[in-house]
Design a protein. Structure first.
Length: 80
């Protein structure tokens, strides 16, 4: 029973290589080199990557302060 279901190492290797080659035909060969593992563009951007990074970071840092100011103003704490 086990002799029929066991795959030989040659069959397993052949199946793996065939599937790998067929996937390369579909998706192409993967890119190689620096920054090729990132899901966004780093080099040759119109807007440098640091601008949106610091903009988003600054917004999320300022948000609690802006929300506190708005709620205190709404409550009348800043009326004179």
């Amino acid at each position: 029973m086990f002799a029929r279901t066991r795959l030989t190492s040659q069959q397993f290797t052949r199946n793996f290589q065939t599937s790998s080659r067929s996937m390369n035909k579909i998706f192409g060969t993967p890119a190689e080199g620096v920054y090729s593992n990132l899901p966004f563009k780093v080099k040759n951007r119109k807007i440098p990557l640091s601008v949106p990074f610091w903009g988003i970071l600054g917004f999320f840092f300022a948000f609690p302060f802006l929300a506190s100011y708005w709620h205190m103003k709404k409550a009348g704490s800043f009326d004179q």
